[in-house]
Design a protein around this ligand. Structure first.
Ligand SMILES: [Zn+2]
Ligand SMILES: [Zn+2]
Length: 442
């Protein structure tokens, strides 16, 4: 299955210089199975560009199933601009939750009344069918799609699409049922430790999914003022996905006020939460225009995707910066065995110089080194232009939470306590490459 983001913004479209990288169009995600069955999750303003893309590239006539989560503006405003609906012969099925007062066609035609729009719903040329969905499993175009209600001020459905041995969930818009998330007398990070039955059921819906695309509009600081508006924090979503053993999490429905730099930070903080829970979950902020294919062996395949898209004909190059020679030898052995190329530096200054000349795909960085320590190296990497997005795994003898937090604050991608084994290092590398995929892919 292939997932492609056409709109990642929540509430209102917000194009402009500050949202260039993550995108300004509202919710729209295209999911295509290996056999060509096409699903469009929500029709925010991103649906306009998707329509143009399909006219140019998709087999004709165009067939698609639109899965509306709900009918708030940011999820339907692109529908009248989705060009395939104007063309006779195309077959479009619009699915969504039955609203409390009006049907799907009534809601969609409401925003196309002549006061707001020049063309009426009845004038659209394509064959358009409507299907009201409720909770449970459905056969849509031969694909199993399970729907479950989300916690939002409007009637809203989340969708779990299963095909090609892969499960992809689209969960917008949703708010935690309860705070705090965990029972105080139970171990955090486990499904059974989730306090509220609604949140536990929501996590179970995601259980063992390959991909989860989830509303994460707010930070924990913003949330109290926006409680009951129907959106999640990235902290809640990351903890839920980690507990549900999800492999790949995309945070989306970005707040219109959150620019690219803010979302870079959100991404790093979400990754830190997953690392602190010792979860292999790969999490990143969804970016408009980003596409990725998933199969049963998604994790391994993604590593090769990243290497290929990075223009590397050779295997990925890992730079090890550590003053401890024994450690460098151990890391070199483990990395070479895993198929990576390795280059080494004995200290911070040398490491920074090597980054410029060799441009590694990933950096292993020791924290305590004489002269320039790892924190300072990390700050310079993140503060510079050229290598600011390279994944950095921090190595330290102090496996305590404070060092971890300090590293993540300085921009670490992951944190590995010494001593570590070769398989541990290999697993962390794979996870880091998967997380970095968003930045490294075209
Ligand atoms: Zn929304
Ligand atoms: Zn909404």
């Amino acid at each position: 299955m292939t997932v492609r983001f056409w709109g990642t913004r929540g509430s209102i479209a917000s194009p402009g210089p500050s949202t260039n990288r993550y995108g300004g169009n509202t919710s729209c995600v295209e999911i295509v199975t290996n056999s060509g069955k096409r699903f469009v999750c929500d029709c925010g303003t991103g649906a306009r560009a998707l329509g143009g893309y399909l006219l140019a590239n998709a087999p004709k006539p165009i067939e698609a199933t639109i899965l509306l989560s709900h009918t708030h503006w940011d999820h339907i405003q692109g529908f009248p601009f989705f060009a395939p609906v104007f063309i006779p012969g195309n077959r479009i099925t619009v699915c969504g939750p039955k609203g409390a007062n009006s049907s799907l066609p009534e809601v969609l035609s409401g925003q196309m009344e002549f006061t707001y729009f020049p063309v009426e719903l009845e004038q659209l040329g394509a064959e358009i069918k409507y299907r009201d969905l409720t909770e449970g499993a459905h056969d849509l175009d031969g694909v199993r799609v399970t729907a479950q209600f989300l916690n939002h001020p409007a009637v809203t459905l989340g969708y779990r699409i299963e095909a090609d041995g892969v499960s992809v969930l689209y969960l917008c818009d949703h708010e935690p049922y309860w705070e705090p998330l965990w029972r105080s007398d139970a171990e955090k990070g486990l499904l059974e430790s989730i306090l509220h039955p609604g949140d536990r059921r929501h996590a179970e819906f995601m259980n063992n999914a390959d991909v989860v695309i989830h509303d994460a509009q707010y930070t924990s600081d913003e949330y109290p003022a926006k409680k009951n508006w129907g959106h999640s924090t990235y902290s809640y979503v990351t903890q839920m996905a980690a507990a549900a053993n999800v492999r790949r999490l995309f945070l989306t429905h970005h707040d219109p006020t959150h620019g690219d730099l803010f979302l870079d930070q959100t991404e790093r903080q979400a990754q830190a939460i997953a690392a602190l829970l010792h979860s292999p979950l790969a999490v990143s902020c969804a970016r408009e225009g980003f596409a990725q294919s998933f199969d049963r062996d998604a994790q391994n395949r993604h590593v090769s995707d990243v290497a290929a898209s990075n223009g590397a004909v050779d295997s990925p190059l890992v730079l090890v910066i550590d003053d401890d020679e024994d450690l460098r030898v151990l890391a070199r052995r483990a990395l070479t065995r895993a198929g990576h190329r390795v280059t080494e530096a004995e200290g911070g200054e040398e490491g920074l110089a090597m980054m410029k000349s060799r441009r590694p795909n990933l950096i292993l960085l020791d924290l305590s080194m004489p002269a320039m320590d790892g924190f300072e190296v990390l700050r310079r990497i993140r503060g510079g232009d050229e290598m600011s997005s390279v994944p950095v795994i921090v190595l330290t003898a102090h496996g305590d939470e404070e060092s971890a937090r300090k590293s993540f604050d300085a921009g670490a991608t992951d944190f590995l306590a010494k001593p570590f084994t070769a398989p541990q290092l290999d697993a962390r590398l794979r996870s880091c490459f998967a997380r970095a995929g968003q930045r490294l892919s075209p």
